[in-house]
Design a protein around this ligand. Structure first.
Ligand SMILES: *Cc1c(COP(=O)(O)O)cnc(C)c1O
Length: 417
């Protein structure tokens, strides 16, 4: 174990971690492409792209060069009263890439904060329009929207991370996705009864990620749009996981043809290089804030909002999406996942195997021993971190065929397929 790890371990409080019993984390020396290189010299193929961020792989030279150039020019300036090219260019590019009138980009530094901002936009949208009492949200079972207090209230309450806090924050309506006539009628009835106190519906489109990589059809999103319109409510898509090619389309909203009123982005926004997020509002939402009344402004502004280094990384990442082979890569990885994981169907305890875009999932009947499995995957040269009942892969789009074979082979070996 390197000295820095021994020295620092008593002082670093790690994520989602029982500090007393958790095994020591793996010490990382470097990263490159789809690989994490450990201090002891081992190379792991990263099967989850560092929590779904490193879509182009690590240390991409184009992103690195952009960040380096910006570091020399201006690493950071406050965004209140000051403007810089990386953020303004990024905002106009995101507006052009997103469908419909999703044109108004508010930057922040983390996914949870972007979701909080989208909730605040929705609440104040109604206040600014003189409609009182719309203080609640509708979200969906299986959903995950962040770890901050307000975002915890719209996560699935049964889902491991936040159950402890039930009762601490105001309860929201967390209900079943309208997948069939029955659940659609139930949601329709809820909105008919409670719509006057609801500001918005919020959903992770196509894939509920942290809740267990649960997939739903685009028809579910069309139903949500229809119900939101029928009851005059805003619809928020949390695309923090699904954005930037992961499902096979650049965004779930563009691929599904269902356009929300607000969309949140983060994770792969900078290609996994620096923290950055955005809540992007439609013209309709933005117009509720456009006023001669200073009090109607959106009162929000994170200190590191629109950090120039992060925006430069995001612009460079968008260059790669514009010029690049991401679509073919996602299709190639999707095929490798489907083929490589299919034999797991029928393995002991496995109840489902599914793939969408560059997401491959093996689901078990029971929660898996995440720590134990993670260690076995590392022995097989892979960084794979199971979550609840699922062992999943969300590799960087640059993962080679041989690296894909290592990842899916490790899962088959560990699962006993
Ligand atoms: C990861 C995630 C978040 C939270 O983002 P952080 O940057 O971890 O705060 C919110 N919503 C979705 C869908 C996510 O996947």
């Amino acid at each position: 174990m390197p000295q820095w790890l021994t020295d620092g371990a008593p002082h670093v409080w790690r994520p989602y971690c029982q500090m007393k019993t958790a095994p020591a984390p793996l010490a990382v020396a470097r990263t490159r492409g789809a690989r994490i290189i450990l201090e002891d010299g081992r190379e792991l193929v990263d099967g989850i792209a560092s929590w779904w961020t490193a879509c182009h792989g690590y240390n991409h030279p184009h992103i690195a060069a952009a960040v380096m150039a910006q570091l020399d020019r201006a690493p950071h300036v406050m965004f209140g009263g000051l403007a810089h090219e990386p953020a303004y260019r990024l905002a106009s590019r995101l507006a052009a890439l997103l469908p419909g009138e999703l044109d108004h980009v508010f930057f922040a530094e983390s996914g949870s904060v972007a979701v909080e901002i989208s909730m605040k936009m929705a609440l104040q949208y109604w206040i600014n329009r003189g409609v009182a009492g719309r203080t609640k949200f509708v979200s969906f079972l299986g959903g995950y929207h962040g770890d901050t207090l307000a975002t915890m209230t719209i996560c699935d309450p049964e889902e491991g991370m936040h159950g402890l806090f039930s009762g601490v924050m105001p309860a929201q309506h967390v209900v079943a996705l309208p997948r069939d006539a029955e659940s659609e009628a139930a949601l329709d009835a809820l909105l008919a009864e409670k719509g006057h106190e609801i500001a918005a519906l919020i959903v992770e489109p196509r894939v509920q990620g942290a809740g267990g990589m649960l997939l739903h059809d685009d028809s579910v999103l069309a139903t949500l749009r229809r119900l939101a319109d029928r009851h005059g409510l805003l619809l928020i898509f949390d695309e923090i996981f699904t954005g930037f090619g992961r499902t096979g389309d650049l965004f779930a909203c563009s691929g599904s043809g269902v356009i929300p009123d607000i969309v949140t982005l983060s994770k792969a926004l900078t290609g996994g290089t620096l923290p950055l997020s955005a809540a992007i509002a439609s013209r309709k939402v933005f117009e509720a804030f456009w006023s001669d009344d200073a009090g109607a402004a959106l009162m929000h502004g994170p200190t590191y909002m629109a950090n120039p280094l992060a925006c430069a990384a995001a612009n460079a990442s968008l260059d790669l999406f514009e010029s690049g082979s991401w679509k073919a890569d996602v299709a190639r990885i999707s095929a490798a996942l489907a083929e490589g994981l299919e034999p797991c169907r029928g393995a002991p305890g496995v109840v489902d195997v599914r793939t969408l875009g560059a997401i491959g999932v093996v689901e078990f009947a029971q929660a898996v021993d995440a720590g134990g499995l993670c260690a076995r995957f590392a022995e097989l040269g892979c960084w794979i971190r199971p979550m609840g009942k699922v062992v999943y892969l969300t590799p960087p789009f640059v993962t080679s065929d041989a690296e894909m074979a290592r990842l899916t082979g490790a899962i088959r070996a560990v699962v006993g397929a």
